[in-house]
Every structure is written in structure tokens, then in C-alpha cells.
Ligand binder design. Structure first.
Ligand SMILES: Nc1ncnc2c1ncn2[C@@H]1O[C@H](COP(=O)(O)OP(=O)(O)OP(=O)(O)O)[C@@H](O)[C@H]1O
Length: 235
């Protein structure tokens, strides 16, 4: 398994943001992670990527425990956080070279990989601009390019398409589809069509609990649309 979450719980003060959730992703799966605002998606992703410690339960990424083996777990992950911090004063290429160095990459291999992710993310026309001069969609592409840089096996993308216009949305979707061909991808979104366009499976959480974990094929056969299923399970 690429991702295994077992009885994971996170308590903030008196609130159980996630409450004993379990699921797993096989290598190569693209899974949509849905839930209403505040359901616990970002909290789960932050635990998987080592930014938060769970209160209880366990999570493994690429067979590494995220608490006891954080470094190898992190190295196998490309993470796009919901509010991705970028250095607005840096040029696109400069920023990606800088990010690559943080992953321990250097020299000709780093230069070649930066050019590769720039092309993959449709950033060639913008690569000489400062990040602060880019539109929201292009900034999001820079975030995606950064998450792909070290060629991780697992991509964890927190609302990668929020706030994009329909054209940008379609283009970013293509980037994720292409990049995800040989990777395991867990991504959160509020856009149902996104899940239908990209995913094999959908996990829905509500109030910190998993309320659905099924293939899109199974959902289709149930005769209900994803949107109806979502509303029934989360209202
Ligand atoms: N640092 C924190 N301290 C206290 N409560 C928090 C903290 N981070 C998140 N929460 C609470 O935990 C719950 C789950 O939040 P989380 O951000 O994981 O939800 P989400 O499903 O990602 O929501 P959204 O779709 O709005 O991004 C929410 O009620 C939120 O207010």
C-alpha cells in the first residue's frame, strides 16, 4: 500500500477534527478526498505529510510510519498545501532551483528536472517572471511544479484547483492526470466533476469520520450521482 491510515484521530482542544478514520490507497490509485468545510480533510493531509502529529492511530506513506520515520516518508511525498506559501519576490525558475536544493538535488540533474517540471506544468511562458507577478492559476502551477520536483511516488494535493477559472481548471486537471500516471494521488476538492474526471475512487469524510469509500464505478451502479451521494451522506 502507498498510503495506510489506521484509526487516525486528531483532537484540537475539545474538538475531534478527525475521529478514528481508516483507509488505504494502493500504488497508482488516484483518489478524491471529499467532505464539507471543516470535515477534517486538511488535518488528515497535514498528518500524512508530517506537519501535524496525530492524537491517536497511525499513518504510513510508502511503508514508512509518518511519526517514527518522518524523513523517508516525507521524501516520498509531493505535497501541495491548501494555502501554499510561495516566495513572491523570487523568479519562477529561481524558486524551483531553490526548492530542489532543499530536496538535496543539485547541478545538471537539478537544472534538467526544473526545466522538465516547468514544461510539464505549462510554465514555459512565465518562467522568467517573479511569482508575485503571476495569476492565481499560474501560482498554483508553480506549487504543483514544486511538489513534483523530486519525482515523489505519492502526491497529496489539498484543493489544487480552488479559485481557478474553467480553463485553468481544465489545464491543471490535465497536469495532475499526466503527473499522476505512475503515482499514487490523494487530492481534496469541493468540485464533484473533478473527481469524476480524474479519480478511480472517492473517500468522503464528514465530521471527522469516513462515511463513504468506494470506486466511482460502484457509485455509478448505485444509480446516484456523486453529488447526490455527497449530499445524502453529509447533510
Ligand atoms: N489548528 C487548529 N486548531 C483548532 N482547530 C482546528 C485547527 N485546524 C483545524 N481545526 C478545526 O478542525 C476541523 C477540521 O478542519 P480541516 O481544516 O481539517 O477541515 P477541511 O475538511 O480541510 O475543511 P475545508 O474544506 O474548509 O478546507 C475544523 O472544525 C477546524 O476548525
Amino acid at each position: 500500500m502507498s498510503i495506510t491510515v489506521t484509526n487516525l484521530t486528531k483532537v484540537y482542544g475539545s474538538q475531534r477534527a478527525i475521529d478514528g478514520i481508516s483507509f488505504s490507497l494502493k500504488k497508482g490509485e488516484i483518489v478524491g478526498f471529499l467532505g464539507p468545510n471543516g470535515a477534517g480533510k486538511s488535518t488528515t493531509m497535514k498528518i500524512l505529510t508530517g506537519y501535524l502529529k496525530p492524537t491517536d492511530g497511525a499513518a504510513r506513506v510508502s511503508d514508512f510510519d509518518v511519526v517514527s520515520q518522518p524523513m523517508p516518508a516525507r521524501r516520498s511525498i509531493g505535497y501541495l498545501p491548501e494555502h501554499n506559501p510561495l516566495y513572491l519576490d523570487m523568479y519562477v525558475t529561481e524558486f524551483l532551483l531553490f526548492s530542489g536544493k532543499l530536496y538535496g538535488m543539485s547541478g545538471a540533474a537539478l537544472n534538467a528536472r526544473v526545466e522538465e517540471v516547468i514544461a510539464m506544468c505549462g510554465l514555459i511562458p512565465e518562467k522568467r517572471k517573479k511569482i508575485g507577478q503571476l495569476s492565481k492559476g499560474y501560482r498554483q502551477r508553480v506549487g504543483l511544479a514544486q511538489s513534483f520536483l523530486h519525482d515523489p511516488q505519492v502526491l497529496i494535493l489539498d484543493e489544487p484547483t480552488t479559485g481557478l477559472d474553467p480553463n485553468q481548471l481544465q489545464e491543471i486537471r490535465e497536469v495532475i492526470r499526466t503527473a499522476g500516471q505512475d503515482k499514487t494521488v490523494l487530492f481534496s476538492t469541493h468540485i464533484m466533476q473533478e473527481v469524476e474526471a480524474l479519480c478511480d475512487r472517492v473517500i468522503i469524510i464528514n465530521k471527522g469520520k469516513v462515511v463513504n469509500d468506494s470506486s466511482l464505478e460502484d457509485l455509478r451502479q448505485s444509480g446516484r450521482s456523486l453529488e447526490e451521494t455527497f449530499r445524502i451522506l453529509t447533510q
